[in-house]
Design a protein around this ligand. Structure first.
Ligand SMILES: [Fe+2]
Length: 342
């Protein structure tokens, strides 16, 4: 089996491939690693056939939807997953056949209702059901400590003790463990009485993960994260550096329109000399009267260089083919003591 474990902070994702047929699957991909997964697949000469999420992640951004769309392959999740983009849904004990690999899903609710573990040959991908020296938490949406107890003690831990355990998270740099080692040493699994286990899980009092609402929104719906939206816009427009813009302005460029897209108060408190003001919220409403010449060279600017990128992308879509965005924003412009007009 071709095997790569890709760590992103504490998130673990996996590329598994069949060397005989050159087909592969991706398990729990993370949004910032899309190029890496595709690079690895190319390096091994494998084609990714399925993208699997072991559950609805609440703590990081899944790349499953994005990669599925790019590659034209299904996102695979459990039957009860809320994600509308899950094109293939597995029930308990159902299997994906990928070349010579047999990937068997075990429904293991508890961390989330749609959690599943994946048994492949000598190893099991445990998602957040079982971690090395821990378990997934059960206090986030659809979590349930009783179900986690049943999934662990009634199902996962009854598998061959020699099976290698590859979890969806590890924050201590460990790569894997075994079922046997976890039964023997995992502190949470020492509470083998159902009521004691449930009480322990209920008393963990963990802080909510950062970005939880955004992660749930995007992972449950297949929508974009805010940074994806910005990255997509940035990929569609050229940028110009602050220093270069300043040089053009100092040189008295009269073929360049600096378009400040911030709100009124921000614009009035100080802007790039000669900048025209058209707030982002009114861009589509007023663009025809404000910029009659679609061939005009336009540089959009805002406070931090994010909204200006969206504005430049919108202008390009509207046909202003020379719209570019400032690489940076007024914050850095002021910090550099570049000229300001009030
Ligand atoms: Fe999770």
């Amino acid at each position: 089996m071709l095997f790569e474990q890709i760590a992103t902070g504490g998130c673990q994702s996996y590329l598994l491939g069949c060397p005989d047929t050159q087909c592969a699957v991706l398990i729990d991909p993370e949004i910032s690693q899309i190029d890496r997964y595709q690079g690895l697949a190319s390096r091994y000469g494998v084609r990714i056939r399925y993208v699997i999420d072991t559950h609805t992640h609440a703590d990081h951004f899944s790349a499953a939807h994005r990669i599925s769309e790019t590659l034209g392959v299904p996102t695979v999740m459990h039957q009860v997953s809320p994600a509308p983009h899950a094109g293939l849904r597995l029930g308990d004990d159902e299997m994906l056949i990928v070349g010579n690999l047999r990937i068997r899903a075990l429904h293991t609710p508890g961390h989330t209702r749609d959690s599943m573990c994946l048994v492949v040959g000598d190893r099991v991908f445990t998602g957040d059901t079982l971690l090395i020296g821990g378990t997934g938490r059960t206090d986030l949406p659809t979590g349930n400590p009783e179900q986690l107890y049943d999934s662990l003690f009634g199902k996962l831990l009854t598998l061959d003790p020699a099976l290698l355990v590859y979890p969806a998270h590890d924050y201590k740099g460990r790569t894997h463990s075994t079922i046997g080692a976890e039964i023997a040493e995992n502190p949470r699994l020492q509470k083998r009485d159902r009521a004691e286990f449930v009480q322990m899980m209920r008393e963990l009092n963990l802080a909510a993960p950062t970005h939880m609402t955004e992660a749930l929104r995007t992972n449950m719906t297949g929508g974009k994260t805010v940074s994806q939206l910005l990255a997509d816009a940035a990929a569609k427009v050229p940028h110009i550096g602050l220093e270069e813009l300043r040089r053009h302005i100092d040189g008295g460029a009269n073929n360049l329109l600096v378009l400040d897209v911030r709100e009124d108060a921000a614009f009035r408190s100080g802007h790039i000399p000669g900048a025209r003001h058209l707030p982002r919220g009114q861009l589509e409403l007023r663009v025809n009267e404000e910029i009659p010449d679609p061939t005009m060279r336009i540089v959009t600017c805002c406070e931090f260089g994010k909204i200006s990128t969206l504005a430049a992308a919108t202008l390009r879509e509207l046909g202003f083919m020379r719209a570019v965005a400032l690489d940076g924003g007024m914050k850095i412009w002021r910090d550099k003591d570049y000229p300001i007009e009030t």
